[in-house]
Design a protein around this ligand. Structure first.
Ligand code: GUN
Length: 293
């Protein structure tokens, strides 16, 4: 079994991004600038956004954090989005999800200029990705594709089973794995809450991508010998033997399945660090006008 080390790979990619930023600035270009909008006090969102801003500093990007109280109105948030769309210094921006219940996430996503949508959530980017046009790819699937590429894991013609059909992970990774590209050309089975015989389907998988948000869901009896496992889960569970009384686990029972796999991503240190790197790559693409010219 070989670990797919997202922590290491993300550091390597960040070094490459930092070198490109130096070149851009040395050539008289504009410093890449990412803005993040954070609404409310959701603890996980606060950590994610803090890490995104920290990563910008590390590679030499400018970053702007716009933090607002959960009581902000939808109209006020839409105005912030409009201002960011029109600010020539901002290359790309994200509105961290989830948003408070009184704000329509779809409405906010649709208001973002696709050219600045470095999350790749706007239907223009989703559609372009779907038909194989250049697009900002959503961070987690983009990170997974880079891991497969860097570890020379060939998925062409293989059976890939994806657990979870979210707009952010399951649905886009299914499209990317199956499209005519490299990595790609896989045969994909997308499983969800209505899927029957999920265990049997998992046992067939040459590549298993798990993004369900169910701690330790995938057990050894669900894994084929030699399978590649990509664990997108990030769950905090009680563990009286851990110093804090809790520990982070994925959707896969790592200890139980590791011996059966050819490759596996750990949690933490697997897919997680790659998502931030993908966001930085998209921001650099926005700065260089790579996608939309
Ligand atoms: N919430 C969870 N993941 C993400 C992400 O990738 N982008 C944004 N904007 N919000 C999220």
């Amino acid at each position: 079994m070989e670990l797919i080390d997202g922590k290491w790979l993300s550091k390597e990619i960040k070094k490459e991004i930092a070198a490109q930023v130096d070149q851009i600035i040395a050539g008289g270009g504009k410093q890449p600038h990412l803005a993040a909008v954070l609404i409310g006090e959701d603890p996980a969102s606060q950590v994610y956004v803090r890490n995104k801003v920290k990563a910008c500093d590390l590679v030499g990007f400018k970053s702007t954090l716009i933090k607002k109280d959960a009581s902000i109105s939808e109209a006020e948030l839409l105005q912030i989005v409009e201002d960011l769309n029109n600010d020539p210094d901002i290359d790309g921006f994200i509105v961290q999800l989830p948003l408070p219940k009184h704000i329509d996430e779809i409405k906010v996503t649709l208001a973002i200029d696709p050219k600045k949508d470095v999350d790749g959530f706007h239907p223009m980017n989703v559609g372009r990705m779907t038909i194989g046009l250049p697009a900002y790819l959503p961070a987690t699937p983009f990170g997974i594709m880079q891991m497969l590429d860097k570890y020379h894991i060939n998925v062409a013609g293989k059976e890939c089973v994806v657990l979870g059909r979210s707009n952010i992970v399951g649905t886009p990774i299914s499209l990317l794995l199956s499209r005519k590209a490299n990595p790609g050309n896989a045969t994909v089975i997308l499983c969800h809450s209505m899927t029957q015989n999920i265990k049997d389907l998992c046992r067939r998988a040459d590549v298993l991508v798990v993004a369900m948000g169910k701690p330790l869901f995938v057990t050894a009896d669900m894994v084929k010998e030699g399978a590649v496992i990509i664990d997108v889960g990030m769950n905090r569970i009680d563990d009286p033997s851990a110093p804090k009384g809790t520990r982070l686990v994925g959707d896969v029972d790592f200890d139980a399945v590791a011996d059966k796999c050819s490759f596996i991503t750990p949690v933490p240190g697997g897919v997680g660090p790659m998502t931030i790197t993908s966001l930085l790559m998209n921001t650099l693409k926005a700065n260089q006008k790579e996608i939309y010219g």
